[in-house]
Write a protein that binds this ligand. Structure first.
Ligand code: IMP
Length: 189
């Protein structure tokens, strides 16, 4: 089955393709020569996932799913949350975002955090959402060379290394995106 993942983020496409069973093949927006910016103006992660799926469906008219992810740190009142991508400014730079978060936490604030992913599946007649969460801690410094975004400073519960230092297989098994994808796969199957 071919399915369109409504994102321009190649890291996410690669991750999702490796999570899906082999009989699924992920198409990206470049396969449709779609280069428009997709609006993300809602104030919740779920709202943004739905907005992206609806926007792409309205433009292309094909079944698609989108996803939105945020990192939530309760001791910072939920920051960076829905602003995770542009936490340190519109340049959407991962290193700047991590530096801002580490500075805000300092040495004293509790470091519990979780990632939340919402996937929105849009068909002609329906819209369905699937949520995944992964709990852990924010490290004191970056480590690891893999992953993307906040992976170098996120240590999932039950592990001693950051997502960027763990294998892709482990990340996919336990991650927010992996959990949400499992729900999507079971719905589609
Ligand atoms: P968005 O869902 O593309 O808007 O991503 C929000 C922010 O979270 C971006 O800064 C991403 O780089 C980051 N992000 C999304 N997924 C992950 C992940 O699996 N690990 C680490 N950071 C992520």
């Amino acid at each position: 089955m071919k399915i369109l993942f409504a994102t321009q983020n190649l890291n996410k496409i690669e991750e999702v393709q490796s999570i899906l069973p082999q009989d699924f093949s992920v198409l990206g927006l470049t396969d449709f020569n779609f280069e428009e910016d997709i609006p993300e103006t809602q104030n919740t992660i779920e709202g943004n996932a739905i907005q992206k799926a609806n926007f792409v469906f309205d433009k292309l008219g094909v079944l698609c799913f989108s996803e939105d992810t945020g990192l939530i740190v309760p001791s910072l009142n939920g920051e960076p949350g829905v602003f995770s991508a542009r936490y340190a400014g519109p340049q959407r730079n991962a290193s700047d975002n991590m530096t801002k978060l580490l500075n805000k936490l300092g040495n004293d604030k509790p470091r519990k955090a979780y990632f939340e992913t919402v996937i929105a599946l849009r068909t002609k007649d329906s819209l369905k959402t699937f949520t995944g969460r992964c709990h852990g801690q924010i490290a004191f410094e970056q480590s690891g060379n893999g992953g993307f975004g906040y992976d170098p400073i996120f240590i999932p519960d039950g592990y001693l290394a950051s997502f960027a230092a763990l294998s892709k297989t482990i990340k996919n098994e336990i991650s927010h995106r992996g959990q949400a994808m499992k729900k999507l796969i079971s719905y589609l199957s």
